[in-house]
Design a protein around this ligand. Structure first.
Ligand code: FMN
Length: 333
């Protein structure tokens, strides 16, 4: 089955609280081939918690990767195995998250200072599963500004592990004094470091991430690296993904129509709510607020689908009602 998977040319970034299975359902309707990454899940939560809650995903969601947080090789190995059993196509280790909560647990970006431990983690994970084990990291932490820091980190892992796929958020993580949000905007982007990494290690699969918001930018990056990972733009403006199969995977299918997507989201919402596993309408529609980005009445769509009074009936028809407002206000070819 693995050989049928598309290459990681495009990917939606792991985003805590955002790329849950409901968001990923929607993304998968819009693009067939793009890799989707889960929110980061703590390895311990999978081992000791409710696995279904953390690992269940929808049919048709693949290719999908589970991102793990942790720094205990044995725990990561167990969590990776559980992910494989659930049908994930990849397990990714988070070495880029700067949150203080994560630092306390000694994982995330601060692992970039402990490459030996990262190698142990990746090896333990890869020994436990057949699916690829990959890593997402920064170009450095704190004031390390030399390219050498990055190339040492990746070079060591290349030597000591079987990891072939490196997803590089092209800015440093500043572990002191910046919030996680600021850490996604303030440290300068250095795309050239990531391009150089690909030149220095042509045998590795290198994906670039950070601040990428247009298809033109994506096409530009793909001249230098194997793949592009997009985070916030794919969340706030999901329809950017509409052209990805055609532009970046030689796909021949026409992009999905808004009306079709709305009908699918309606049917999905009704089915999820009726399944009675605690899903309410808000859990799903909160991820759709950016869907009408750029269209007339996008604001009405957003307002209706975030209105607590309208959401409380828990009836997916609200999606159709909001859509009627948008549909009427736009001219469609
Ligand atoms: C709300 C939010 C949550 C995030 N959670 C994670 C996470 O769980 N794991 C991770 O590796 N990166 C996380 N990130 C970082 C993104 O994966 C990505 O590296 C970053 O947003 C830069 O890409 P972008 O400019 O395309 O958004 C998160 C970003 C956002 C906005």
């Amino acid at each position: 089955m693995t050989q049928d998977l598309p290459p990681r040319r495009l990917a939606v970034a792991p985003m805590l609280d955002w790329t849950d299975r409901h968001y990923r359902y929607m993304a998968r309707q819009i693009t067939r081939h793009t890799w989707l990454y889960s929110e980061m899940v703590n390895a311990g939560a999978i081992i000791y918690g409710d696995q279904d809650r953390f690992l269940a995903f929808n049919d048709g969601e693949q290719p999908v990767a589970l991102q793990l947080g942790g720094s205990e090789p044995a725990d990561l190995a167990k969590a990776a195995k559980a992910a494989e059993n659930y049908g994930y196509n990849e397990v990714n280790l988070n070495c880029g998250c700067p949150s203080p909560r994560v630092q306390k647990g000694a994982f995330g970006a601060c692992l970039m200072n402990e490459v030996g431990l990262v190698a142990d983690c990746l090896n333990a994970m890869q020994d436990a599963v057949q699916i690829p084990v990959t890593i997402k990291h920064r170009i450095g932490i704190d004031r390390q500004t030399e390219y050498q820091t990055l190339t040492d980190f990746v070079g060591t892992l290349r030597e000591k592990t079987a990891c072939k796929t490196y997803i590089v958020h092209a800015r440093n993580a500043w572990l002191d004094g910046l919030s996680p949000k600021e850490n996604r905007d303030v440290p300068p982007l250095k795309y050239d470091y990531v391009y150089r990494l690909k030149q220095d290690f042509p045998d590795l699969e290198i994906l670039i991430n950070g601040g990428i918001t247009t298809n033109q930018q994506i096409a530009g990056h793909l001249k230098h690296v194997d793949g592009v990972m997009v985070g916030r733009e794919a969340y706030h403006n999901p329809m950017i993904m509409r052209d990805w199969d055609r532009l970046f995977y030689n796909g021949s299918a026409a992009p999905i129509e808004y009306a079709d997507l709305v009908q699918r989201l309606f049917a999905y919402s009704q089915a999820q709510i009726q399944a009675g596993r605690g899903t309410i309408l808000r859990h799903i529609v909160r991820h759709t607020l950016g869907l009408m980005h750029g269209l007339n009445k996008a604001r009405v769509w957003r307002r209706m689908l975030s209105d607590a009074a309208l959401l409380k009936d828990n009836d997916g028809s609200l999606i159709l009602e909001a859509w009627q407002e948008v549909e009427r206000a736009n001219s469609w070819e």
